[in-house]
Write a protein that binds this ligand. Sequence first.
Ligand code: LHQ
Length: 263
Amino acid sequence: MNTLLINDDAQGVRTITLNRPEALNAVTEEMTSELSAALKDAAKTKGIRCLVLTGAGRAFCVGQDLKSLRESAEKGAPMDFAAALRQRYNPIIGRLADMPMPVLAAVNGVAAGAGWSLALAADLRIASDKASFVSAFSKIGLIPDSGMTQTLTRLVGPSRALEIAWLSDGISAELARQWGLVNQVVEDARLAEATAELSRRLAASATRALEMTRRAVRAALANDLSAQLEYEAQLQGAAGATRDHQEGVAAFLAKRAPAFTGE
Ligand code: LHQ
């Protein structure tokens, strides 16, 4: 992996670090291909119970590398945007949304363009107080992509989503927290520690129930009440058949901490 660093800890947390700090982790073809492969691998590797996505250096990720975009145009092979999204960016967003474990974005610095879309595709976001968020697309005559028109709209509603997208003003970590765009803001020096704390807590949980909870919460945005009640019944049928459910009940009755295994 040239553009990513991948690290596993003993608690079941895998951290994928976007690693082109000299270019603020701008996204290249190599990065989308490596990230796609890394997500595929994380999804099928037993024992990974929380995935953390973060960036090396002062940025989280600034989206498509505009320098490489211009270079391809100058070489007479301009990027086909629709194809780039369909073949490279969208599969990454789809994979992130369907990971079998919680996905946490640890936003260490600026997140712009599709870099912000990546953070929005995570389940939860923890941000350094030095992080900031900027849609940026409008400044180069594009529309928000890589899921942002949906993820952003669902978090803040259509009017604020349009304000953010049209104006592309930088949003501080604290304002992002107030608007529900990030779950936690911590002092920059504490980001690694706070991320480890939260990700390990998630990794120690009943992983399959967390994944099914995500499915239910997502479905709730589209379902009416009776469809949602039925979906909950189906998912609870599956959750009730897990080993972790047995362990949770046994631990409760024995007044001890549960030892969930993710099964
Ligand atoms: C960059 C970039 C960058 C290259 C900063 N590329 N060098 C995908 C495919 C198909 C179709 C289209 O859509 C997409 C998805 C997309 O993501 S499109 C949106 C792409 N991203 C942007 O438009 C963000 C552009 N960058 C910015 O607005 C600012 O740089 C931000 C707000 C991120 C950071 O601002 P500052 O902290 O003030 O830093 P800076 O602007 O001074 O940038 C530092 C360097 O990083 C600078 O290079 P230099 O050689 O002068 O030091 C920038 O050119 C470079 N850089 N973003 N995306």
